[in-house]
Structures are given as structure tokens and as C-alpha cells.
Design a protein around this ligand. Sequence first.
Ligand code: NAD
Length: 300
Amino acid sequence: MASVAFIGLGNMGGPMAANLVKAGHRVVGFDMVEGNLSRAAEAGVEPADSAAAAAAAADCIVTMLPAGPHVRAVYMGDGGGEGGVIAAARPGALLVDCSTIDVDSARAVNRAAAEKGFEMVDAPVSGGVGGASAATLTFMVGGEEQAFARAEPVLAAMGKTIVHTGGPGTGQAAKICNNMILGISMIAVSEAFALAERLGLDAQKLFDVASRSSGQCWSLTTYCPVPGPVPNSPANRDYAPGFTADMMLKDLRLAQQTAHASGAATPLGAEAAALYALFSNAGHGAKDFSGIIRMLAGKA
Ligand code: NAD
């Protein structure tokens, strides 16, 4: 079994690192938040004093950080390849970034790693905290064939679907395309339930029809934004996350950045980003993203 460094032990990284321990890997971890580090230690992760110290001990370095600037700083240190994980890692170590970040940052870090002789993949995930805990995440992995082959057995301890999406950055591209579908479809499903209420159509009846008709989608059948039809969806616990509206906004903004840069027309993606910005600015960014139904129905 490999020696793994895990940097970023938050809501997702904590349970992911715990699953690596369960799979028999030696895991050395680091997080800037002491409480997250001690929670990981309870799950068998050996705490390190810094990201560089964790990286220096590992065959494989996994990161699960908030956004592009954190990933650039952790890997590249001063931005020139010195002082970060790339400078501290031992020769031949594999670098795996599981954070959701912009494609440009993913490719910049991959290039900096390659210049120092390291193989790296971008491997963002879908499946949320539940999937991270149950080791059922979906990984979308961008990188060279050989780097993917090396990463796959490590990722298999944390997820059940692992897709090689192509070269560096394509994992992040897949992630933001998927989440743009999710953001738009949640708004569509929410608008339909808000309309049904106005028309005197019972929410459960709409669910019974749409879940077996052409309106069927994940936002409806797995994550229904009204309480009742899907008992474990966040709507049944006053929209406690789950996946926060601010996280959804972050991903929709990443999609818009790349849409502008590449010339892709994504008008509904742009509208979804604007609606989530309104919802977040109204003070609901920490709620689950499915809570946007309350704003769309005129209740928040
Ligand atoms: P989180 O904020 O709970 O965890 C991030 C962790 O990184 C924190 O513990 C923070 O202290 C740590 N960190 C930040 N800078 C650091 C540094 N320089 N060195 C060491 N640690 C540092 O966030 P999360 O929910 O775990 O999400 C992590 C990533 O996964 C994000 O990119 C997010 O978009 C993505 N994601 C989240 C979910 C979800 O449902 N939460 C689902 C899919 C993908």
C-alpha cells in the first residue's frame, strides 16, 4: 500500500482521507484548521506540521482545497515552483488535485509539476459529503495516460466511478459542465414546483408524474427541492447542506469564465449564475443549493 499525503481535510477531504486509511494506506495529513487536523487524526491520519512536511513523506500527494488560488499556493509556493508541495515532494511522487478549480489554474499547476519531473492529474469529484463518507464518489480525471493509471488505485479507495476525461484540465472541464447542468436543472425543477403550487397541483402528484416522464432528472428524483417526495433530500431539513448555494455559485462562475474565454454560448448557465448570486447576496449562501426554490417561489 502507498504512503499518501492528504492536504485539505475539510468537509470532503476529511472523510476521503479516512477512507484511504481504511483501505490500508499510510496517510499523513495537513490542514490549516487545527480542528480539521485533529478530527482526521481520530480517523487514523498522521498529522503533519505543514503541507510541505506531509508531501515530503509520500509516494502520492492528494489535495482537496477550496479554490484555484489555494491550489496554486499549496503546490507552487511563491508561484515560481519554490516553497510548495512541488518543491518538497520526493522524486517520482504522483500529484492528485481533487479540488474543484478553474481550468487555467489546473493546467498551470500541472505544467509547474511537469517542469520538475512530476506526473499530476486533476481529479475533481461529484457525490458530495455523503459520497465522500461512503467512498462512492465519481472522479473525473484529467492527465496523461500513465498518470491516470497510477492515480486510479488510490482514487478507487475513495470512489466507485473513475473516468479518464483526457489530458490535463479536462477533469475540471467535465466537473464545471456537469455542475452547470445541475444548477440549471435545479432551477427548472424549482420553477415547476412553484408553478404547480399556484395551480393547485399537489407537489407529490407532480413528483409522481414528472419522475416517470420526460421531466425526470437528478434534481427531481434524488434531490427534490420540496419536502416529502424524496425523504432524505435537504428540503426535509430546512435546506441544511448538502452542497451549499455558494459552492454552486462558485462552480457556475467557473463555467461562465471558461465560456467567455472559449466563446461558448451558455445563456442558461449565465442566468443560473445570476440567480444563485441573488440567492447568495440575500443571505442564503450557506443553505443547500436546492433552497433556491424558496426565492423562486417568492418565499425567501
Ligand atoms: P472545505 O472548506 O470544508 O475544506 C477545504 C479545506 O482546505 C479546509 O479545511 C481548509 O482549512 C483547507 N485549506 C485551505 N487552504 C489550505 C492550505 N493552504 N493548506 C492546508 N489546508 C488548507 O471545503 P469542501 O467542502 O471540503 O470542498 C473542497 C473542494 O471540493 C472544493 O473545491 C469544492 O468545490 C469541492 N467539492 C465540494 C463538494 C461538497 O459537497 N462539499 C462536492 C464536490 C466538490
